[in-house]
Design a protein around this ligand. Structure first.
Ligand SMILES: O=C(O)[C@H](O)CO
Length: 395
């Protein structure tokens, strides 16, 4: 049997390359007759640049930036030269990643995306004609307001780059320079690879859907929702005629420009950075799909008898554009079964099969096993894969 191992990272425990190697080694040991190949993936979140570098080559360029709380964060851009010119790949998690903030300091009302603006400025300075930004795994919830300041938008009142909470006080005149900033980016193709396809606002949006996992209390999440609603309305007003809604995926007929921007699939990714980058003319695309195309996933699936994907936690977010659901979707036309091995599985059998997956196997089968799984992510993943391989590839 030819087995293709194509996982995402396992949270901050294992990179996608480490997860792929762990799964492949355990599978080969349990089923030595199988031909096991690896194809690490990313959805735009942590590991985006590393995964693309492994496939596309290019040069990693060190680029310092501030992290979500203002501390220096080591970051790197991937620069790839091709026939159509230079492309720079930027991973937002290098500047706004949740892993950069210790658990006891996580507070998305205060964390800022300003450092991502610095990274984007560095990406442009490389002479790139095309900038591709991967979004996901963030500690921020400021709809990219901080990023705009990092790119040069004046912030004399200090309300834009002080975190999502400060946006409750934003006023129209704070955004007076936005149209000029957007015009500055006109000659660059800006592609935004989002890890989830959620809108900016609402129950599945940035604040309600994701701020709690960044440390927000229910009250803070509600305040952030109000702050982002105000900011998004004022930002769209500030752009006025400069908006080119045709650049947005999912734009619909009679909706107002504001609604089109806030509802675009992926606008809510990375605490609303999808929206913030769309303000600059960025085109939002599914990150998992972009990476899958870059690494030639379809052809590799077509040559396989089984695909094994994986991620840290398989839950409702996984069904919104994440790697596991993308792998299942790409495997379906080739009639190749796809299964997922995840640190935790938090959705039921019906949703698992509706997502096109033939099985979902948790490393931690019960809540009391989570600590052990986190303490030894590779060892516990390997143990689980050994049992899965014996089920799918009996001797
Ligand atoms: O960063 C986040 O908010 C989540 O990964 C969703 O994009």
């Amino acid at each position: 049997m030819h087995v293709l191992v194509a996982p995402d990272c396992f949270g901050s425990s294992l990179t996608s390359a480490q997860a792929a190697a762990t799964i492949a080694d355990a599978w080969r040991a349990a089923a030595p007759h199988d031909d096991v190949r690896t194809c690490p993936l990313s959805d735009g979140g942590p590991g985006f640049v590393q995964t693309l570098h492994a496939t596309l080559g290019g040069e990693l360029v060190a680029a310092g930036a501030d992290g979500p709380l203002g501390e220096p964060a080591p970051a790197a851009l991937l620069v790839v030269d091709g026939p159509a010119g230079r492309t720079a790949y930027v991973e937002s998690a290098h500047a706004v990643g949740l892993a950069l903030v210790p658990p006891d300091r996580r507070d998305p009302t205060r964390t800022t995306s300003r450092g991502l603006g610095t990274l984007l400025a560095t990406a442009r300075a490389t002479g790139a004609r095309r900038v591709v930004v991967g979004l996901g795994g963030s500690a921020t919830n400021d709809a990219g307001a901080g990023m705009l300041v990092g790119l040069g938008l004046p912030d004399p009142r200090g309300v834009l780059a002080a975190g999502g909470g400060a946006l409750l006080d934003v006023r129209g005149d704070d955004l007076a320079g936005l149209a000029g900033l957007r015009a500055d980016w006109r000659d660059v193709e800006l592609l935004v690879a989002t890890d989830v396809d959620v809108p900016l606002l609402g129950l599945q949006g940035a604040s309600a859907g994701f701020a709690p996992q960044k440390g927000a209390t229910p009250e803070q999440a509600q305040a952030l929702e109000r702050a982002l609603a105000t900011f998004s309305r004022l930002a769209v007003d500030a752009l006025g005629d400069a908006l080119r809604p045709d650049l947005l995926a999912g734009s619909g007929g009679a909706r107002s420009a504001a609604t089109r921007l806030t509802h675009a699939p992926g606008a809510g990714a990375a605490g609303g950075l999808g929206f913030g980058l769309a303000l600059l003319g960025g085109r939002l695309v599914a990150g998992a799909s972009l990476v899958a195309d870059a690494v030639g996933l379809d052809a590799r699936i077509a040559a396989a008898d089984l695909v094994v994907t994986g991620e840290g936690r398989f839950d409702w977010q996984s069904l919104h554009g994440k790697v596991a659901s993308l792998v299942a979707e790409r495997a379906l036309p080739h009639a190749v079964p796809a299964i997922v091995v995840a640190g935790q599985v938090e959705i039921g059998r019906r949703e698992i099969s509706a997502a096109g997956l033939a099985g979902a196997y948790p490393v931690a089968e019960r809540p009391d096993q989570v600590d052990a799984a986190l303490a030894d992510p590779a060892g516990t993943l390997a143990a689980r894969v050994t049992r899965v391989a014996r089920t799918w590839s009996p001797a």
